[in-house]
Design a protein around this ligand. Sequence first.
Ligand SMILES: Nc1nc2c(ncn2[C@@H]2O[C@H](COP(=O)(O)OP(=O)(O)OP(=O)(O)O)[C@@H](O)[C@H]2O)c(=O)[nH]1
Length: 171
Amino acid sequence: PSASPEVNLAILGRRGAGKSALTVKFLTKRFISEYDPNLEDTYSSEETVDHQPILLRVMDTADLDTPRNCERYLNWAHAFLVVYSVDSRQSFESSCSYLELLALHAKETQRSYPTVLLGNKLDMAQSRQVTKAEGAALAGRFGCLFFEVSACLDFEHVQHVFHEAVREARR
Ligand SMILES: Nc1nc2c(ncn2[C@@H]2O[C@H](COP(=O)(O)OP(=O)(O)OP(=O)(O)O)[C@@H](O)[C@H]2O)c(=O)[nH]1
């Protein structure tokens, strides 16, 4: 058993946005795989964020195109990473429906749902369908943090996003 505080992070977004690629990138260095067939894939990683140890659990969710059976992660997660792909307008629209879902639940439960909006596949910027300003505006509307990264480029930017999600959960 770990004495570290724990943060559960759910990764949400349309199929193909890059949820699995981001999760794998983040976990590449130190990782313990934990497979729960009832819960999709969840992974644990011992992290240090702002000099404090933390056990971060990541659920790489597998909704199809829109939010479904959301209770499984709404009740489990302390923070949410909503992912879209900058080269897919459809994925951006799906990310909006995830943000709406989280906002609705926050209102209903009077609980906060710390969320980071993430535009992935920045390396595909030549076929961009969603501008950085649009991403920032959507995040602003829902009061969440916003980043653009690429799961296939450097680890540090991806790690930074996951750590920011931990910070959001701690706030
Ligand atoms: N160019 C590029 N391709 C990426 C990036 N991230 C993911 N991909 C590719 O996009 C496709 C979908 O990535 P996944 O990680 O499987 O996406 P997902 O959101 O987990 O999708 P599901 O597993 O279907 O729910 C794969 O072919 C990845 O290799 C990225 O940052 N840049």
